[in-house]
Design a protein around this ligand. Structure first.
Ligand SMILES: NC(=O)c1ccc[n+]([C@@H]2O[C@H](COP(=O)([O-])OP(=O)(O)OC[C@H]3O[C@@H](n4cnc5c(N)ncnc54)[C@H](OP(=O)(O)O)[C@@H]3O)[C@@H](O)[C@H]2O)c1
Length: 287
């Protein structure tokens, strides 16, 4: 199958590229295709003639988005809208990736796909607008909502913790936000499985995809330091304190609970999502 992958230099884009060897890939980085440019999107489809498109491009700077609203919406709403229109024109499916930050975090159990959305910030609102555009313009589409993405590349919590852990003895990490870390590599594996099944069984729609078990940023940080210790990385950090969201104010509000129920994905695609701890070991090793 001929697959077009946008945002190819991002965390997910790189893993899609790495795992996509059974397909003919056209991977385009931001400087090769700006998805918010409708003409450029059309030219790219015309040049490559893809059988399906995977959108791994996004504006992901959650705090910066609060003051950079126009750009966040141009990338996260207008970009998917352009891809979806072009997919409809070419009669091909679009796989789009969205976020747990479309939820406000007030639910006490895990979020299911049809729970009401109410993004707490600009990033979530722009991603939700992208979801709406994909459903409005594409004919065959899949939206995978994921959370707390990490890999050996790009900006993510694992890399930040390893950097801070090498610099400081003591760290305070937020312990009252609950979610599921998800390795970009596991998400890429899931996307290829879902695309295969989508084409065979016509099972399009919204799905949640994150790795078990739920934790907090504090729990995740402790696991990262324990893994770094196992792999003899020689970090300086010896004390990790649990702090609250109010101790660590950020420009963007974040959901207190963004744990998502992924059983619809696992059952539909007969796909067992691996625990994030297994992926963490691989990512720390790769780094
Ligand atoms: N990261 C997370 O924790 C997280 C959590 C939940 C959901 N998600 C979703 O998961 C998906 C993958 O995220 P990720 O972590 O792989 O993001 P990422 O590492 O930030 O990668 C996004 C890529 O998109 C590119 N990009 C930005 N604007 C673009 C544009 N106008 N046209 C084309 N490319 C553009 C970026 O290039 P530049 O760097 O050059 O701008 C970057 O290479 C996204 O849909 C994201 O919203 C991520």
């Amino acid at each position: 199958m001929r697959l077009l992958i946008t945002g190819a230099q991002g965390q997910l884009g790189r893993e899609m590229t790495r795992l996509g060897s059974t397909h003919v890939l056209m991977t385009v980085a931001h400087d090769q295709l700006d998805i918010s440019d409708q003409d450029a999107v059309l030219r790219c489809y015309e040049a490559f003639h893809p059988d399906a498109v995977i959108n791994a491009a996004a504006y992901t700077a959650v705090d910066r988005a609060e003051s950079d609203v126009e750009v966040a919406f141009a990338v996260n709403r207008d970009g998917p809208a352009n891809l979806a229109r072009a997919c409809r024109q070419c009669k091909i499916p679009l796989i789009h990736v969205s976020t747990d930050y479309v939820f406000d975090g007030t639910k006490t159990e895990s979020y299911v796909e049809h729970d009401p959305v109410a993004p707490p910030g600009v990033y979530g609102a722009s991603k939700l607008a992208g979801e709406v555009a994909v459903q409005q313009y594409a004919t065959r589409w899949m939206i995978l909502r994921t959370s707390w993405v990490f890999s050996a590349h790009g900006n993510n919590f694992v890399k930040t913790m390893l950097r801070l852990g090498a610099e400081r003895n003591t760290l305070g990490i937020v312990a009252d936000q609950h979610g599921c870390p998800t390795a970009a590599s596991e998400l890429a594996r899931g996307i290829y499985a879902a695309l295969d099944a989508g084409l065979k069984k016509d099972v399009w729609g919204i799905y949640h995809f994150c790795q078990p078990e739920p934790t907090t940023w504090y729990g995740f940080a402790k696991a990262i330091f324990s893994e770094a210790d196992k792999q003899d990385m020689g970090l300086k950090v010896s004390t990790v304190n649990a702090i609250t969201t109010s101790d660590y104010p950020t420009p963007a509000k974040r959901p207190a609970n963004s744990v998502m129920d992924c059983s619809k994905f696992e059952e539909t695609f007969d796909f067992k999502i691996r625990p994030w701890r297994d992926s963490l070991e691989e990512v720390v090793r790769e780094m």
